[in-house]
Design a binder for this molecule. Structure first.
Ligand code: SIN
Ligand code: MN
Length: 238
């Protein structure tokens, strides 16, 4: 058996989730357990409000007509492949919800938590939280069997970091490289309450969600099943 089969890269690089925050690559930082259960429950309540509309949770259609298995509701700017707009022209034409002030503050705190000198983050990124001002969030809901293929977040006209928060069931997050959607990549678990920030040289890294692990949502997170992921972004649009 070849070394490659015996020690597949994604397993070799699997991290110890309980070891605390770590930088996977320059500007890509995983902070396990960043949100308390109380904060998670509060966000899940907000999610319940966002899904009331005016734009409902919907599975976006990809060019060619296939629908994503993940369903999304947006804040600040409505996202559809591969653009942002203020109205949901691909859903019901309604205006997108405002981007909440509390989420701007949370985004700044997230960047400050991730980009700390103790984690070896480059000094050009430390202090970025002062100017970080996300104006869009894609709030994804992963139901049974939902997954997301490898892609880059590149519909934004800005290279400001993406802030990702996970609530509910654990997923396998595949974090790759900036050149191809294939190996080398790292598979790590994103669990309820985890923060992941990717910016700097890692901002345009291919990433995806090969699977969500059913039945893994912790008691008290506000979700019995499924997974919510919030990615905050700076669109660079006005
Ligand atoms: C995304 O890439 O937009 C979502 C990632 C995730 O669900 O963790
Ligand atoms: Mn993405």
């Amino acid at each position: 058996m070849s070394d490659d089969a015996l020690f597949p890269l994604e397993l070799v690089q699997q991290e110890n989730h309980d070891a605390g925050p770590r930088q996977l690559g320059p500007g890509a930082v995983h902070v396990p357990g960043w949100l308390s259960l109380e904060q998670q429950r509060w966000i899940v309540e907000r999610f319940g409000e966002w899904t009331q509309g005016p734009v409902p949770l919907r599975a976006a259609s990809l060019p060619g007509g296939r629908r994503m298995s993940v369903r999304t509701v947006c804040l600040g700017w409505h996202w559809q492949p591969y653009r942002y707009s203020r109205t949901a022209t691909d859903v019901n034409g309604q205006a997108v919800l405002d981007f909440p002030e509390w989420m701007v503050r949370l985004g700044k705190k997230a960047v400050a938590a991730a980009y700390s000198p103790e984690l070896g983050v480059d000094e050009s990124l430390v202090g970025l939280s002062d100017v970080y001002a996300p104006d869009a969030a894609l709030v994804n809901y992963y139901d049974d069997g939902a997954a997301m293929g490898m892609h880059q977040d590149k519909d934004e006209h800005s290279n400001a970091p993406v802030v990702s928060l996970s609530i509910g069931e654990t997923c396998i997050f595949r974090f790759g490289n900036t050149q191809t959607r294939t190996k080398p990549y790292t598979d790590l678990e994103l669990r309820s309450g985890d923060l992941f920030v990717f910016g700097g040289p890692s901002r345009f890294t291919y990433h995806g969600i090969p699977k969500v692990l059913p039945g893994t949502a912790p008691d008290g997170c506000g979700l019995d099943r499924g997974r919510i992921n919030i990615t905050m972004r700076v669109t660079g649009l006005s």
